[in-house]
Design a protein around this ligand. Sequence first.
Ligand code: PGA
Length: 250
Amino acid sequence: MKRPVLAANWKMNNGPTAAKAFMDAFVSSYPARDDRTIIIFPSALSLSVVAAAIKNRPGLLAGVQNIHWAEKGAFTGEISAPMARDAGASVVLVGHSERRHVFGETDAQCAKKCAAAAKAQLAFMLCVGETIQQREAGETESLVIRQLREGLSQTPNLISTEFLLAYEPVWAIGTGLTASAADASAIHTVLRAELRDMIGTRADAIPILYGGSVNAGNAADLLAADEIDGLLVGGASVEASSWLTIAQAG
Ligand code: PGA
């Protein structure tokens, strides 16, 4: 029996006031259930609101969307892994496609962020995925394998590190185009095999989420695929009503 992970990436939405309204609505309607994990990735400004709302709610976690790899110092505008943990985050997104493509984040930087998270005992969710050009050029598999290998390359003791993967094809993010469950499953299988090569049977315990235009209408079908262990949801996670449906899908 898989224990799905349903993750809401609010991106640059829901400041503290909206986050409070969202969490009040979500937490009061979401029944306590121990068959799944829910993660909310708010903006860093709304983290304390989300962290307060999920206190004493097992199975609900708060995360951050990004960290810097240094522990502290002169990095104006950045937050560190220990700071995120201190503020109530238990997970961080690393290498989200918007970080890679809008902000120029490289595999080498992702690797440093994964290592920094692991050091601070913050779980990380490493995101990988191809652009439409890379897909059409037949490069998807080699690209996601490179992103996976390089992203994890600086984290020692991977076997005892808590992490998750998210496969998010760039062409499916925010576009309304969703990868079919079969397409996503094929890439998840590639990632799982690569992980097994790296960390043996421990790979089987690493959740691999799919993300890209997931919504209340397609979440259950995607989640039904054996290889899809969870969903990373952007646009459809910003409103509590739609998130409530997705969080209970399957
Ligand atoms: P989307 O975004 O659901 O709006 O496509 C997913 C993501 O970027 O994590």
